[in-house]
Design a protein around this ligand. Structure first.
Ligand code: FDA
Ligand code: NAD
Length: 434
């Protein structure tokens, strides 16, 4: 079987891989030295597009439009770019075995790839309802969304089931973004999730109340406090009904499940130190194994600002960690050092005409400010999180670029707060004054 050797291999061809490749080129990687191995069939792209513009009924986003690095305002890296730089894009290739001791990777087709330096950028996989044995969860037209192939299947389903009924299982990022885009496609949408309000990982009850009200006004029906316990299918094996734990039964032509992700670390189990479900790294994304780095969703790294090891499943960190790792790798080979990664968490989402940003940490007391009425023509509201008398996190819906910069600064600077009542009254003005 074929055997190939590269000085540098990036395992995974997603967001981190693309931003890492750009940094490799900046650092002067030579033709033939770097390979990206990906089980996907396309060059690295901005994954967030898949749950948003890719599924729009009008002028949907399509490749090559959203290859990296357009998501952060950079140059779009088309497949030709990799060819020009002599970077091997080894696509449709799943690695099924990794041996960090002998520095080899083996693909499903049996090819061997040898490397000197490895960057693990395998991202996450979806948690499936079949993983916990939900009855009937293998029926046709039950979809998950992680990669472009999944998005293509959804596009086909939307076409095939015009004006049909969709049940969205999960009230997190996928749940909120997919229910909105399904509604835009004129489908009848029900959302089901177990918690008392949507996106409980981040949203307070006050924040969630706005989005739940707004979605209800768009005609999306929300069922909270229960889960899907089974599915019935028709004679073709296509899903027809979703059975809920509270006894209700929902009709469905399409089901989209978004019940969380899991970092893809299985290839490296027992070979590298892990922490908090991810691969443990230092502030330069070096793992416990020499010459092996981990970036993006899979890395558990020192979050300097909070003096804690954390893992982050968001695109901004995927981009920045990848760039930082490559800079560190080149610096270390030249006997130089660079600054430690000092990351301020940044998450965002968009749906309908809404767009929110969050910076910092969502711990401590909270203060809601602004107009969060779901029926308001121009809603603009936010929330601060306050811990030990300091603002440590800030959320803003419908902020201008300057306002978003201001809340980012607040979360970074962590100013002291005199009184929560005053903060609530000052609202966004507080951030804009920092
Ligand atoms: P990423 O998942 O991008 O890439 C991993 C790559 O590795 C994939 O190409 C995969 O096929 C490949 N791979 C895995 N195992 C392999 C193997 N054994 N062999 C070969 N290849 C292998 N975040 C945010 O901040 N804002 C947002 O709006 C969104 N929106 C969003 C939408 C959707 C649909 C998803 C799924 C995710 C988001 N995210 C997001 C999260 C964000 O996209 C995510 O955190 C980054 O893509 C993570 O980048 P990585 O490079 O770590 O993994
Ligand atoms: P998530 O963790 O955001 O949400 C999971 C949700 O699943 C929970 O909030 C809960 O409501 C629900 N849930 C759990 N068990 C359930 C059950 N048995 N039945 C019904 N609901 C159940 O995960 P996700 O939305 O699946 O997103 C997957 C990944 O993609 C994450 O890494 C996420 O960060 C990423 N993503 C991010 C964005 C963004 O940042 N804008 C957008 C899309 C996806």
């Amino acid at each position: 079987m074929a055997e190939k050797t590269f000085k540098y291999v990036i395992l995974g061809g997603g967001v981190s891989a693309g931003y890492a490749a750009r940094e490799f080129a900046k650092q002067g990687v030579k033709p033939g030295e770097l390979a990206i191995i990906s089980k996907e069939g396309v060059a690295p792209y901005e994954r967030p597009a898949l749950s948003k513009a890719y599924l729009f009924p009008e002028s949907p986003a399509r490749l090559p439009g959203f290859h990296v690095c357009v998501g952060s305002g950079g140059e779009r890296l088309l497949p030709e770019w990799y060819a020009e730089k002599g970077i091997a894009l080894i696509l449709n290739t799943e690695i099924v075995k990794a041996d960090l001791a002998s520095k080899t990777l083996i693909s499903a087709a049996g090819e061997t790839f040898n490397y000197h330096f490895l960057i693990i950028a395998t991202g996450s996989s979806v948690i499936r309802l079949t993983d916990f044995g939900v009855q009937g969860a293998d029926a046709k037209n039950i979809y998950y969304l992680r990669e472009i192939d999944d998005a293509d299947k959804l596009v086909e389903a939307i076409k095939a089931k015009k004006h049909g009924k969709v049940v969205i299982v999960g009230g997190g990022y996928i749940g909120l973004e997919l229910s909105a885009v399904m509604k835009l496609n004129n489908l009848d949408v029900n959302m089901v999730y177990p918690e008392p309000w949507c996106m409980p990982r981040l949203f307070t009850a006050g924040i969630a109340a706005f989005y739940e009200g707004y979605y209800a006004n768009k005609g999306i029906k929300i069922i909270k406090g229960t889960v899907a316990i089974g599915f019935t299918a028709d004679a073709n094996g296509e899903v027809k009904e979703v059975k809920l734990k509270d006894g209700r039964v929902l009709e469905a032509d399409i089901v989209v499940v978004g019940v969380g992700g899991r970092p893809l670390t299985t290839l490296f189990k027992g070979q590298v130190e892990e922490e908090k479900g991810g691969i443990k790294t230092d502030s330069f994304f070096k793992t416990s194994v020499p010459h092996v780095y981990a970036v993006g969703d899979v890395a558990t790294f020192p979050m300097k600002i909070y003096n804690e090891m954390r893992r982050v499943e968001h695109v901004d960190h995927a981009r920045k960690s990848a760039e930082h790792a490559v800079k560190a790798l080149f610096a270390s080979t030249e006997g130089k050092s660079i600054e430690e990664y000092d990351y301020l968490p940044f998450f965002y989402s968009r749906s309908f005409n809404l767009s929110w940003q969050f910076y910092g940490d969502n711990v401590g007391d909270t203060v809601l400010f602004g107009d969060n009425s779901p029926t308001s023509e121009n809603p603009k509201f936010g929330s601060y999180w306050i811990k030990d008398g300091k603002v440590v996190g800030a959320f803003l819906e419908s902020g201008t670029p300057e306002e978003n910069k201001a809340i980012a600064k607040v979360a970074r600077v962590q100013p002291l707060v005199e009184s929560l009542d005053l903060l609530a009254k000052d609202g966004l003005t507080f951030a804009c004054k920092i």
